[in-house]
Design a protein around this ligand. Sequence first.
Ligand SMILES: *Cc1c(COP(=O)(O)O)cnc(C)c1O
Length: 393
Amino acid sequence: MQNPNKILFQSSILQAYNRLSIEIVKGEGCYIFDSKNNKYLDFATGMAVTGLGHNNDYINKALIKQIGEIWHCSNIFTIPLQNMLADRLTKMTFADKVFFCSSGVEAVELAIKLIRKFHSVNGKYRIVSLKRGYHGRSLAALTAGGSDIARDGFGPFLEGFDSVIPDDIEKLESTVTEETAGILLEPVQAQGGVFPLNKKYLQDVRALCDERGILLAFDEVQCGYGRTGKLFAYQNYEVIPDILLTAKGIGNGFPLGACLMKNNVAECIKPGMHGSTYGGNPLAMSVGNAVLDIISEPDFFFGVNIVADYFKEQLEKISKKYPKIIKEVRGVGFLLGLETYCSSDKIMLSCLKHKLAVTCAGNNVIRILPPLIAKKHHIDEALAILDDVFLEL
Ligand SMILES: *Cc1c(COP(=O)(O)O)cnc(C)c1O
């Protein structure tokens, strides 16, 4: 489809994205504004990043205060805010230790390194990941997942990776060998089309890992940090990983990622074996702590879940109204997908024309990622727009 909203020539920016010509210049709560002062309801949240809304006063204050104290110092020093955030995250999760970095893919990279290092003494090194998975753009992450277009021409990839279809424990069991060191997966596959994995499957995966001495790593870069209505998605599944990766929502837009792990895994890393210049620096930690302050308020998720349940219920209703357009509604909490019979690009552009920002996942899934702070009236606003968009199709 020829798309008039997409600019073909992108000046001096590498053409890694099929960019829209809309210039976003401001954000406020659940809305973003373009340079012509058009207002959009932001249910794309920068790909599940700005969950607490734009221009959040509380987070701004924490960052501005930190800007006036110190921006950066090396990890050869103790960074009090880093200790504080790590302590808080370990108290709230299965984890004993945390490593901070600046993006999702760096957290994934560390997970892969941890799995290999942990098992390096006994010759296990293979890692199994799932088809439809997405783990970022480094060579290791692309080896473990990603679309054909993301991988094509970038090989050869890393040795020792296997890939199986999701939700099929027999396939996984037959792929695991004596050399398998770890399993890496997203509990809710996001980029691949919004597919929550089956609870029984994840429990069986955990049991298989225990039986065979395999480490289980959950990539919660997108589905974590409140997206599924709990701090982390594993808490919905009641399946505890050995390693967990988070990013996106943890910084509400400030580049921040983290790899959480149990003590037995952490013990394989000694000084000099891993690092990151910016990881856990004071600016990032001021934001990380402020985000967690908000998200750990006692009633925070209670409110999120009420609004998210309402949204899903209403989306199901809309899907019944347009059975020729919508094939299925999928997802958990505020990580929702509408599988459609037509191009998701076309629907996304039509939504934008009606001042609603959503994202696509693959060719035929509209991925809807509302801010966690969205209220019922924001949901109603989005539903009305979606209804108009489908009516017009
Ligand atoms: C976005 C994403 C990544 C990569 O994160 P970056 O910050 O873009 O490096 C990794 N895993 C999942 C599940 C993601 O959604």
